[in-house]
Write a protein that binds this ligand. Structure first.
Ligand SMILES: [Zn+2]
Length: 254
């Protein structure tokens, strides 16, 4: 990695500190964009998965209702068959030759009546199941409508962010290249190392209310003076972050 920059030219510690803080601001902005994007695609994916699941569930429920309706139809046919058998046996009873034949037919009729009761009971059970499934279908349909609307919103939100941030991100990358060029390689490596270890991605922090803006530990007055003098790069003795004074922060924001 050939670098024709910072270390060879006359750049004051103060300028390096300003550059470091600018770099931090740019990186934090890039982090923000990445976070925005990083969550939305996942949310969109989750919704798409949930919608696919709901559609499968609805398909199954509708099929189950159709099958139950078929079963009811079948039981109704069985009832009709049993009824015609009963009629037939009753007719036969009029022409029996003895009591034994009559009793035997009576038993058949009794059996068919029991069958009819059983079929009717089944029909009732199936009807209850159909009602339950229809309720579940309505619930799933409502959820599906909600999730579909959610998905549309998230998708357009994501599209907007991508559209909005594309230019911004490109600008930020250009700015970062420029700022990085001012900072000597060793310092830049240190910055990147600190940043990757910090949970919030902050490697350069201001002194705020006599404390480190990264870990909030108190900074002794002498150390604060050293930071303000801008004669050397000073890191927080607790978290290792690079510290800058309030003035640099104010100037960078302007
Ligand atoms: Zn600290």
């Amino acid at each position: 990695m050939e670098k024709t920059k910072a270390q060879d030219t006359e750049i004051s510690i103060e300028e390096r500190m300003r550059a470091l803080y600018s770099l931090q601001l740019v990186d934090s902005e890039i982090d923000k964009i990445k976070t925005l994007r990083g969550e939305l695609p996942l949310e969109v994916q989750d919704l798409e998965d949930e919608i696919a699941g709901l559609e499968t569930r609805l398909g199954n429920l509708r099929e189950e209702v159709v099958n139950l309706e078929k079963s009811i139809l079948q039981k109704n046919n069985e009832i009709t068959d049993a009824e015609s058998l009963i009629k037939k046996y009753e007719e036969q009873q009029k022409n029996v030759r003895n009591n034994r034949e009559f009793d035997s037919l009576s038993k058949e009729i009794e059996y068919q009546n029991l069958e009819i009761e059983l079929f009717a009971k089944k029909i009732k059970e199936f009807s209850i199941q159909i009602e339950e499934k229809k309720t579940a279908i309505t619930e799933s349909e409502n959820t599906l409508a909600e999730r579909t609307a959610d998905l549309e919103n998230k998708k357009s939100e994501l599209d907007e962010i991508i559209l909005d941030t594309q230019k911004e991100e490109e600008g930020l990358y250009k700015k970062r290249d420029k700022v990085e060029n001012i900072i000597e390689e060793r310092l830049l490596a240190a910055y990147k190392r600190i940043r990757s270890n910090a949970r919030n991605g902050l490697a350069v922090v201001p002194v705020q209310r006599d404390a480190c803006g990264g870990c909030f530990n108190q900074i002794p007055p002498q150390r604060q003076l050293d930071i303000r003098s801008r004669k050397k790069i000073i890191v927080c003795e607790y978290c290792g972050r690079i510290l800058v004074d309030d003035e640099i922060v104010k100037e960078s924001k302007a």
